[in-house]
Design a protein around this ligand. Structure first.
Ligand SMILES: Cc1cc2nc3c(=O)[nH]c(=O)nc-3n(C[C@H](O)[C@H](O)[C@H](O)COP(=O)(O)OP(=O)(O)OC[C@H]3O[C@@H](n4cnc5c(N)ncnc54)[C@H](O)[C@@H]3O)c2cc1C
Length: 454
């Protein structure tokens, strides 16, 4: 959040060129792919084409959680035999540590802290029951208390002091970063490694062995589409994702006296266990960064530029104060949002079209900061033919096997119907005067609607 020094953009592509690999999009997926390609084969000629400047998309403007999981991983790993499943889970849980290893070895300045996460039952009692169910599920699926552990209220309060706590699950498998700093550090590092970056170079067409801009083309053995929410511009290559919006606010830097009241001393991330998740972290410059909710626009239209309305800030501020009433007098100094990609069934994918030399990855469903690191490693290993452990994870697919989203207006109606049911559940449960029949009805409806998203 500290003001970052302006970056001089890399020059745009001017004319035709060739490379071994051309990557389209300089978010985390594109930058991690470039980084691991150069690690695995330093002599590879890698070009990155970015429509704006690196980090313009979700990667430069997210909540900074580096999560050691993949959205929808239960379904993804369900059919595997136990030994392979355990190996895949170990790979996923290791993502924050892998990011930490690169951050340390490359000296990337990005406020990395591996403080774990507190998933909190924090606004109404039903959250405790749902969280305990989730914990039982984790434990029944091969995780131990070292992975996910229940904290009673007194234990939670030693780490985080919420207005109305019911308990929490602590997991060590989340780290936090300052996303814009990580993008910049990676951008600089891949350039040092010899990657040719062209900014302000929007790609109009991706096709067999080439990426075309208005001012030139790059021909390459491999084309990597690293566009997540922006994939709609390349229908046919990676159109399996829809763009949804997510929004965040941040306070002014808080004095130590307030942090003494709140906690979060060791870089822990936190979230509140409702279906419409609220989450956050304490930034390195001592602000509370708080993300909550988002939206979907008809036909998956992107929202850009993204300036929050006063009502959007006010909603998030209200939710924040429900958890942290001690912040009532504190100023909200920042609010921002971004577009992220969601694949049908919340199934992030690495898509391999070997015949045309086109690869893509994305659809991380709001969990792309860590997943993009895994995607970068996977794409690099596929291109270089490196026998990397990460290739065991069964998220590779081919374009013909992609699960498509429903056509409009079904998609818009469905998405907003589901979100409304979640919102209604949240409001009913958060009102302690709601009758018990209404509480049950709201939960049943939301549960059913949740099932439709899977
Ligand atoms: C507000 C918000 C909060 C989030 N919080 C978290 C979090 O805490 N933890 C987490 O794990 N995930 C989070 N996410 C999701 C995560 O940020 C994304 O999944 C991840 O950054 C996606 O990275 P990417 O590189 O695939 O895509 P992006 O970062 O979106 O990068 C795509 C790039 O492609 C460029 N581009 C677009 N079109 C073209 C074109 N035609 N030619 C060339 N370039 C093009 C864009 O400018 C952009 O730079 C959040 C997202 C948002 C929006």
């Amino acid at each position: 959040m500290d003001q970052l020094a302006p970056v001089t953009p890399a020059p745009p592509l001017a004319g035709d060129t060739t490379a071994d690999v051309v990557i389209v999009g300089a978010g985390f997926t594109g930058l991690w792919s470039a980084y691991y390609l150069k690690q695995q084969q330093p002599q590879l000629d890698v070009v990155v084409l970015e429509a704006h400047t690196a980090g313009y998309g979700a990667s430069g403007r997210n909540g900074g959680w580096v999560i050691g999981e993949l959205a929808g991983e239960d379904r993804l790993l369900a059919g595997l035999e136990p030994a392979r499943r355990d190996a895949c889970l170990a790979q996923l849980r290791d993502i924050p540590a892998e990011v930490g290893r690169v951050v340390a070895s490359e000296g990337l300045d990005c406020d990395f802290r591996h403080g774990g996460v507190l998933y909190c039952a924090a606004r109404y009692p039903e959250q405790e029951a749902r969280l305990r169910q989730q914990l039982a599920h984790w434990h029944a699926h091969g995780h131990g208390t070292q992975d996910f552990a229940w904290l009673e209220v007194a234990a939670l309060q030693q780490q985080l002091r919420l207005a109305q706590p019911y308990g929490a699950v602590f997991s060590p498998h989340v780290a936090t970063i300052q996303p814009a700093k990580l993008v910049r550090a990676l951008r600089r590092r891949v350039q040092e490694l010899g990657v040719r970056l062209y900014e302000h170079s929007p790609v109009r067409t991706i096709r067999r062995y080439e990426a075309l801009t208005a001012r030139g083309r790059v021909r390459a053995r491999w084309v990597v589409a690293a566009l997540e929410a922006y994939s709609g511009s390349q229908a046919g290559v990676c159109s399996q994702q829809i763009a949804v919006q997510s929004m965040i606010i941040a306070t002014e830097p808080l004095p130590q006296a307030l942090w003494d009241q709140i906690g979060l001393e060791h870089g822990q991330a936190f979230s509140e266990w409702s279906r419409l998740v609220s989450y956050g972290q304490r930034s390195r410059d001592n602000r509370l960064v708080f993300g909550a909710r988002g939206g979907y626009r008809f036909q998956g239209r992107l929202r850009t530029p993204f300036v929050l309305t006063p009502a959007e800030v006010a909603l998030r501020h209200k939710l924040m104060l429900e958890l942290f009433p001690m912040l009532a007098q504190v100023r909200i100094t920042h609010g921002w949002g971004g577009n992220l990609g969601v694949a049908r069934g919340f199934a992030p994918q690495v898509v391999v079209d070997a015949a045309n030399g086109v690869l893509s990855a994305g659809g991380y469903g709001g969990e792309g900061v860590g997943a993009s690191n895994l995607a970068g490693r996977t794409l690099a290993a596929l291109i270089c033919g490196t026998p990397d452990e990460c290739l065991q994870i069964p998220w590779q697919t081919t374009p013909d096997k992609l699960r498509r989203w429903e056509p409009e207006p079904l998609r818009w109606l469905g998405y907003n119907g589901i979100m409304r049911s979640f919102d209604w559940e949240d409001r009913v449960l958060n009102d302690r005067h709601s009758a018990s029949w209404k509480r049950r009805l709201a939960q049943q409806l939301a549960r059913r609607m949740d099932g439709l998203l899977q």
